[in-house]
Every structure is written in structure tokens, then in C-alpha cells.
Ligand binder design. Structure first.
Ligand code: NAD
Length: 291
């Protein structure tokens, strides 16, 4: 099945980046958010980011001027009536996603694929909330979407082969490289990355190294572009904690237990870059380690 029109639910961080990427790849995009004010904000962000790409010469001004008019924004799911696929990028709360699918489905034709950008909820369980588990799939993009090359594609137990092939082809048309993952907690990237960061926090709490030495160790000794504690602040410590809880609950192995120090930082409201303080304090440049 070839796709022309892409619907996106949620004009936040991820929905915005997915819309940006799809517009530049030549698709018509309908972007829906429950909050009216989020829509002009998303358009302004997309415009600013495309202008930056023009300056960097990764796209031309013509690409940008052709892409933006392909976008429609609205708060009304009825605009999805002729979408070939709807990608849901609403907040990571299962009961909210359930409500969204219930409101969405009466507006879709029978062939429309539904993809969720969830980072941690079971695709099989989400699919079962819809009228079309065969046409439901996980399409997990990474932040910032226009820059990050990977998309994880996750088949639920009922996802049919045509849906998988169509979504795989879409990811490639968006310029992404696909890693196909089983529907298991954390999929591939978070399953491996989050326990590594969590282990760095255990090492910090046990005094194995300081924040600076742990980050320098992994940057210079393992060639990681960012140290694990810097990366924790970038991802958000609350997000990291919730992924660790999903891994711990879903896989039932104590090796996934969240570090008590991570829990303490989140309880303090020290969530990383977004709150101005996490393992580093961002009030100064360069940021200062907080322990
Ligand atoms: P966000 O909070 O930035 O954006 C969510 C948007 O959804 C908001 O604009 C909100 O107004 C809107 N929304 C809420 N209820 C809605 C409804 N009923 N209908 C339409 N829109 C509604 O969140 P985000 O960071 O973009 O995350 C979205 C999804 O992507 C989550 O499932 C998250 O787990 C996943 N994800 C996030 C990241 C990340 O780095 N932030 C990476 C990969 C996947």
C-alpha cells in the first residue's frame, strides 16, 4: 500500500519532529492536538527548524516553501477521514491513549493504519484497544526526529505482514534506518541504554567515580559522544525512571531495579536539563556537577 496522507496526533516534541520529517519527504500531513495553542507553536518550531536547515544547506529554501503548505493543523479528528496512516504521539499514559483511539477510530476508513510512537507501552495491548489489531504497529522515533536516523518498528502479536511492510517502506522514505524489535519492554534501544545509564548512577552512588570521571570514562574510554550522566540529564530523569520501572515490572529481574539515587533526584524535582538541574547544574556555562 502506498501512503500519501499522514495523520499525526500530538503536536508536542515528537509529533512536531515527525510532521517536520514527513513534510520534507513529500507527504501531506494533518497534525492534530487537543490544545489549540499547541498548533501555531508547532508550526513556528517547524518553520524555525527548517530555516536552520536551509542555513546549514541540508535542505533548500524551495524544499521548505514546498513542504510547509502540505501541512494542515486542527483540533478535530474528523480531518483524518482520508489519512492512510495515523501516527499517535500523545503523552505516555495508557488510559489517555485508549481515549484517543476511541475518539479517533470513527473518523478513519477501514484500511487506515494506526502507529504508536510509545516508548514503553506494549504494542499488543494498545492494538487490542482498537478495532484493527492487524493494522496497528509501533513506530518508535528518536528525539530530535529530523536528526536521529533510527526508527524502531515493533509488531504486536496481531500486526499483519502488509502493515509491517508498508510502515517499513514509510520509515525508509522518511530517510530513516529501521531496527525491527519484538514487542518486549523497552524494545531494543531503551532495553540496553537505560540500564547502562542506571548502572552509571549506581556507580556514582557507590562512590566508584565522580560525575566528571564517570562521564569522561565513557566518552574517552568507550567513545560515547555523551557521558551517561550527561545523557541522563538530556533524556530527563523522570523519563529514565519510568522506563526502568517498565523494564523492572515487565521483565521481573532485579537487575533492572532503578538506582535509589535516581529516585531521589526525581523526588527532588531535579529532572535534568528541562528543570535546570540534574546530575549537572545548568545555571552556569559549562554546567557544574551537582555531587
Ligand atoms: P509532549 O508532551 O511533548 O507532546 C504531547 C502532545 O500531545 C501535547 O502537545 C499534548 O497537548 C498533546 N495531546 C494530549 N492529549 C491529546 C489528545 N487527546 N489528542 C491530541 N493531542 C493530545 O510528548 P512527547 O515527548 O512528544 O511524547 C509523545 C510520545 O512519544 C509518548 O508516547 C512518548 O513516550 C513518545 N516518545 C518520546 C520521546 C522523547 O524523547 N520525548 C522519544 C520517543 C518516543
Amino acid at each position: 500500500m502506498s501512503l500519501k496522507k499522514i495523520g499525526i496526533i500530538g503536536a508536542g516534541l515528537m509529533g512536531n519532529g515527525i510532521a517536520h520529517t514527513a513534510l520534507l519527504a513529500g507527504y501531506e500531513v494533518v497534525l492534530v492536538d487537543a490544545v489549540q495553542a499547541a498548533l501555531p507553536k508547532a508550526v513556528a518550531t517547524m518553520t524555525k527548524n527548517m530555516e536552520r536547515q536551509v542555513q546549514k544547506q541540508t535542505i533548500t529554501a524551495e524544499d521548505m516553501h514546498e513542504a510547509l503548505p502540505r501541512l494542515t493543523t486542527t483540533t478535530d479528528y474528523a480531518a483524518f477521514y482520508n489519512a492512510d496512516i495515523v501516527i499517535e504521539a500523545a503523552p505516555e499514559r495508557e488510559e489517555l491513549k485508549q481515549k484517543i483511539y476511541a475518539a479517533l477510530i470513527p473518523n478513519l476508513h477501514a484500511e487506515t493504519i494506526i502507529a504508536s510512537n510509545t516508548s514503553s507501552i506494549s504494542i499488543t495491548r494498545l492494538a487490542a484497544l482498537t478495532d484493527r489489531p492487524g493494522k496497528f504497529i509501533g513506530m518508535h522515533f528518536f528525539n530530535p526526529v529530523p536528526m536521529m536516523k533510527l526508527v524502531e518498528i515493533i509488531r504486536g502479536i496481531a500486526t499483519d505482514e502488509d502493515t509491517y511492510k508498508t510502515v517499513f517502506a514509510l520509515a525508509e522514505k522518511l530517510g530513516k534506518i529501521v531496527a525491527t524489535a519484538e514487542d518486549s519492554p523497552g524494545f531494543i534501544v531503551n532495553r540496553i541504554l537505560c540500564p547502562m545509564i542506571n548502572e552509571a548512577i549506581f556507580a556514582l552512588a557507590e562512590g566508584v567515580g565522580t560525575i566528571t570521571s564517570i562521564d569522561a570514562g565513557m566518552k574517552l574510554g568507550a567513545n560515547h559522544p555523551m557521558g551517561p550522566l550527561e545523557l541522563a540529564d538530556f533524556v530527563g530523569l523522570d523519563t529514565l525512571l519510568s522506563v526502568m520501572r517498565v523494564l523492572h515490572a515487565g521483565l521481573g529481574d532485579d537487575k533492572y531495579r532503578p538506582s535509589p539515587l535516581l529516585v531521589k533526584y526525581v523526588e527532588a524535582g531535579w529532572l535534568g536539563r528541562k528543570s535546570g538541574r540534574g546530575f549537572y547544574d545548568y545555571a552556569t556555562t559549562p554546567p557544574k556537577p551537582t555531587r
